[in-house]
Design a protein around this ligand. Structure first.
Ligand code: HSE
Length: 428
């Protein structure tokens, strides 16, 4: 058995406590497997007097980050504080001091991972962040290491469990507000749900996957995101009648050397690999030239799945310490460009409320046609004869996003238009 590996943990919240508790229960078996024991030697907390899990020894607690970052005996720092600062600074300091780092922090890795990975490389230490995307799903190591022989052309993912829970409930007939309230009641959605429902969380995660899959510098601000707050239950019904489900899909693809990365509600054909991902589950579909299609599915959140991912990283680091190696991510000197969202193409599902009068469909068709958009199908779903308003659903052929934005502006200004109720991209 090699010398024990000393670990400092920053943050003893629900995931930190979970990690320490697993080590207390399974430390012997893990040590047998790795050839070295993992020894948690310091834990940074805000309040040392708070009541905690029995596996957390009070003598290990400190409120002083320096006690971990400046301790030369500590070889690995596990950052579980969340939020951008001071987490980013602590990670950078730990790496620069030659310590390996495990983090679950998607915000820090999405915004600063590109530089932090290079700092890790310069100091020949590991920076691992398996828990930052897809909770317990081992996706980061798959993209970073297991698919190394592949040129990845596309990643499509359902990587936010809260929104997937809400969308699954809407497919069962619930309206958005009702489904959100249920998600909050069950503890999936936070009291302020914006980070999830406005797709910020999914954009962070997609930024991380894109950076690794395409060895590119793609920060969250380069990822166009559309949340789920404007979706109506009715669209789930109409989509279902046409053979589709509605999901919040994060997509990154490389098209002719240009990266397209965006997150938005998407109509997926019912036989799509991601279409049957329901509730809080996550899934990632990867297209690699050697492996072909690969799907990873599992729990994207929660203390235990997240602890599982943190421990996988921690164990990989201990194995590397025993072997005397570190794993690097190699970035080329120049990053591929990112295509502006307006320049990307998709088919579109539109739902419009229009005056139920002669010639109205012709006006809508002309507005779309003038922007170069071809209609694939058009159905009049409902009409309110008294109000003389009809609801029409249009599916288009593939069109440029900017052309659709222009056409919708024209449609909005037609005197026959009462409302553009939905405009949702359709998976090709
Ligand atoms: N809020 C996230 C989700 C979990 O709903 O998937 C943390 O990444």
């Amino acid at each position: 058995m090699a010398r024990p590996v000393k670990v400092g943990v920053l943050g003893a919240g629900i995931v930190g406590s979970g990690v320490i508790s697993v080590l207390a229960r399974k430390g012997d078996r893990i040590a047998q497997t790795l050839g070295a024991r993992i020894e948690v030697s310091r834990i940074l907390v805000r309040d040392v007097t708070r009541q905690r899990d029995a596996s957390i020894h009070r003598g290990l607690l400190t409120t002083d980050a320096e006690a971990i970052l400046d301790d030369p005996e500590i070889a690995v720092v596990v950052e579980l504080l969340g939020g951008e600062e001071p987490a980013r600074t602590y990670i950078e300091r730990a790496l620069s001091a030659g310590k390996h780092v495990v983090t679950a922090n998607k915000e820090v890795i999405a915004k600063h991972g590109y530089e932090l990975l290079q700092i890790a490389d310069r100091h020949r230490v590991n920076l691992f962040f398996e828990a930052s995307v897809g909770g317990g799903i081992p996706i980061i190591r798959v993209v970073r290491r297991d698919l190394v022989a592949n040129d990845i052309s596309q990643i499509q993912a359902i990587i936010n469990g809260t929104t997937n829970f809400i969308l699954t409930a809407m497919a069962d007939g619930r309206e958005y507000a009702d489904a959100l309230a249920e998600a909050q009641r069950l503890g999936y959605a936070e009291a302020d749900p914006r980070n999830d429902v406005e797709a910020t969380d999914a954009a962070y995660k997609l930024s991380i996957l894109t950076t690794l899959a395409f060895r590119a510098d793609v920060r969250p601000e380069r990822i166009h995101r559309i949340g789920i707050t404007d979706l109506a239950e009715k669209d789930f019904r109409y989509a279902s009648e046409m053979g589709y489900v509605v999901r919040l899909v994060a997509t990154a693809r490389l098209v002719d050397g240009v990266i397209e990365a965006n997150v938005h509600p998407t109509l997926l054909p019912r036989d799509h690999h991601l279409a049957s991902v329901n509730g809080v589950f996550n899934a990632v579909l990867i297209d690699g030239d050697e492996v072909d299609k690969l799907v990873l599915y599992g729990r994207g959140a929660g203390a235990q799945p997240t602890s599982s991912a943190v421990l996988a990283d921690l164990c990989a680091i201990v194995a590397d310490i025993v072997a005397g190696v570190a794993q690097r991510v190699d970035f080329p000197a120049t990053s591929p460009p990112v295509r502006a969202f307006g320049e990307t193409t998709a088919r579109f599902y539109l739902r419009l409320s229009v005056a139920d009068e002669p010639g109205v469909l012709a006006q809508i068709a002309r507005a779309l046609g003038d922007s170069g958009i071809s209609i694939a199908s058009c159905i009049q779903k409902e009409s309110d004869e008294e109000a003389r308003v009809a609801e029409i659903v249009i599916m288009t052929h593939t069109a440029r996003q900017s052309a659709m934005t222009e056409a919708l502006q024209k449609i909005l200004h037609l005197s026959c238009t009462r409302q553009v109720s939905a405009s949702i991209r359709v998976d090709r």
